[in-house]
Design a protein around this ligand. Sequence first.
Ligand code: DGL
Length: 266
Amino acid sequence: MTNRDDAIGVFDSGIGGLTVLQKLLEILPSENTVYLGDTARAPYGTKSVETVVRYSFENTEFLIEKGVKLVVVACNTSTALALESLREKVNVPLVGVIEPGVRKALQITKNKKIGVIGTEATIQSGAYTKALKTHSGDIEVYSRACSLFVPLVEEGWIDNGVASMTVEAYLGSLKQSGIDTLILGCTHYPLLKKAIRNYMGSAVQLVDSAEEIAREVGTALEKQSLARREGIGNHSFFVTDAPDRFIKVGGRFLGEKVESAVRIER
Ligand code: DGL
């Protein structure tokens, strides 16, 4: 039987989902969490639908075996390509990252021109465009895959000349399009907020969906009387490759040190 003390499961292709976990810890500090980063098989953003669906299913199964009460699909690529299939296959509550970001963008936009940036697979899937247009048919959506942003962030080059030039190269056409809202549709992009804001200017609002996701998780747990409200949560980390790099780089994404991570075989 599921109970309040069971953990929230979170998975991502690797390190990036820690930006989502950070908001969960901030907004729901009493919750226990189990994080799985599929570091051996990242990136997902350049892979096919079949592969991302298979990996996402295996990650969800692992978290279910750990006894989690809900799974957050923190990876945008997994949400875009695999969330619907996951919903058909598993019966644990699932929260993806696209809907919360879409809802926030629709609340913010005034001119109904919304930009979306993400990995190649996310943009190619059209998942954001579909979700935006389902909510509001007269929205104009401008999307762009920004493939170099992930390696740039993992290298820690978020606030230098290379970051500014890369942002400019990818976002030039979006700037021309007159959008007033830009969805950061990838786990890594919130770390590039400063460079993106500098280039796009203050008239364009950036949507980082992590906060919305944490609130949606809180609401989902409340509804099922599964919210843990007392004490400080415990947090465990699992990875599919050697933990060293995850621990070293992870702190930048989580905003605090990742003390340890356990490697699982894949
Ligand atoms: N986590 C992925 C996403 O949010 C980015 C990294 C990758 O391509 O695996 O789309």
